[in-house]
Design a protein around this ligand. Structure first.
Ligand code: ADP
Length: 412
């Protein structure tokens, strides 16, 4: 069986084709992306696994100024059925399409078949995810047009976090703002947190339903989640992905008073928004949002980069301490995401501060653990807490979730 995973953003559409073997293994057979959707010149980058990558400039159909998601997916489809580099004969070979969908609000606590009702729920959540839900919906509608009749499944970033209790998800602001406007913590990166939690349970050979985990998804966007018995107890991102950890360009936690102060002293709301989302975090302190560049700058003596790294790691340590308290102990701390998987420097700085809760880790193994495909346990025998580096794979988790949804609906 073959299936497609689609991640439709405002200017890009990423895709992965999986083939499920008889023993239920999912293998990637093609992947790629269309970039610069909505701009005058867009490209399709396509890779049939084992045959190399190619990049094609896309023509704008009917003299349009730019292509939309339907055009983009149409171009992907042409490649997928191409006699030379294609992986399917026609659309009937694709049995399911899994979509990365961002915001399902409070009505979505698991992955779901995309129906008109579900699309309405996503539309109702646009005000909560204005940059993500509209392109996600365009991706689903493009699939409905190009792969007519193939079931679409929505795998929501917010869904895994829906197990949080009100004391964790409510802000201490007038309750009516929650009731009337849905202002609460939703959390994001749920697909990744869920995937690495499941991998951790497999690796430790213990049921997820008996583990207390702190999963640190640290990439350009970063969030941290406390998971008890497979259910989210707390997570650092909030109403929007701005809250919580210091990130590539986002401030993370900040006194909300800063916003009023900046607005009262001359900045427009849009400028404050841009400052906190795009010009803050590592970028704001060290002038680069890229952790590799920060580490290089530190090596050449840059003090602001050193400060940025200290701030970045300190915030993570604070959250791990807080979540250890929330969970009343922790069995394993998990690092994932571009920085979590690859930066031994960041992990070392964090782990060196966690001796007080019983973390004892292998420094040599940590410094060797970069870009590996498998889960690695950095904890020493003597450590009271396992410390895992787990490569995340959101596409694979979307494929797994989609198959589960189809089975549940007796469509597979
Ligand atoms: P996104 O949130 O955009 O998916 P990623 O998970 O790809 O981000 O993470 C990007 C971050 O990972 C960047 O800050 C990048 O510098 C960092 N990164 C990737 N490889 C390394 C490495 N070897 N050492 C340090 N940082 C790395």
């Amino acid at each position: 069986m073959k299936m497609l995973v689609v991640n439709a953003g405002s200017s890009s559409l990423k895709f992965t084709v999986f083939e499920r073997s008889d023993d239920n293994n999912l293998e990637v057979i093609a992947k790629g992306m269309v970039e610069c959707i909505g701009l005058p010149q867009s490209n399709l980058i396509y890779e049939k696994i084992g045959s190399g990558k190619d990049k094609t400039a896309l023509k704008n159909p009917g003299g349009k100024e730019s292509i939309d998601h339907v055009d983009a997916l149409g171009a992907v489809y042409e490649k997928l059925i191409d006699a030379e580099v294609g992986v399917i004969k026609d659309k009937s070979e694709i049995k399911a399409i899994g979509h990365r969908t961002v915001h399902g609000g409070e009505k979505v606590s698991e992955s779901v078949l995309m129906t008109e009702e579900m699309k309405k729920i996503m539309t109702d959540c646009i005000s909560l995810a204005p940059l993500h839900n509209p392109p996600n919906l365009s991706g689903i509608e493009a699939c409905e047009k190009i792969f007519t009749g193939v079931p679409n499944v929505g795998v929501f970033d917010t869904a895994f976090h829906q197990t949080m209790k009100p004391e964790a998800f409510l802000y201490a602001i007038p309750y009516e703002l929650y009731e009337e406007k849905g202002i609460r913590r939703y959390g994001f990166h749920g697909t990744s947190h869920r995937f690495v939690a499941k991998k951790t349970a497999e690796f430790l050979n213990k049921p997820l339903s008996e583990l207390k985990l702190i999963t640190c998804h640290i990439g350009n966007g970063a969030s941290i989640t406390a998971i008890k018995n497979g259910k989210v107890e707390d997570t650092s991102m909030g109403l929007t992905p701005l809250e919580g950890l210091m990130m590539g360009t986002r401030s993370g936690d900040i006194d909300p008073g800063v916003v009023f102060h900046l607005a009262n002293t001359g900045m427009t709301v849009a400028e404050v928004d841009k400052t906190l989302n795009k010009k803050s975090g590592l970028q704001g302190i060290a002038g680069s949002s890229d952790m590799r560049a920060i580490i290089e700058q530190i090596e050449s003596g840059d003090k602001k980069s050193e400060l940025a790294l200290k701030m970045f790691c300190r915030r993570i340590v604070k959250y791990i301490g807080a979540y250890t308290a929330v969970l009343n102990g922790v069995d394993a701390i998990i690092f994932t995401g571009g920085i979590g998987e690859n930066s031994d420097t960041v992990r070392e700085k964090i782990l060196d501060s966690l001796g007080f809760i019983g973390v004892d880790y292998d420094r040599d193994l940590n410094s060797k653990t970069i870009k590996q495909d498998n889960t690695i346990n950095l904890a020493k025998e003597s450590s009271g807490i396992d410390v895992l580096v787990v490569p995340t794979d959101e596409e694979l988790e979307i494929a797994i979730q989609s198959i589960n949804v189809l089975k549940k609906n007796k469509m597979l």
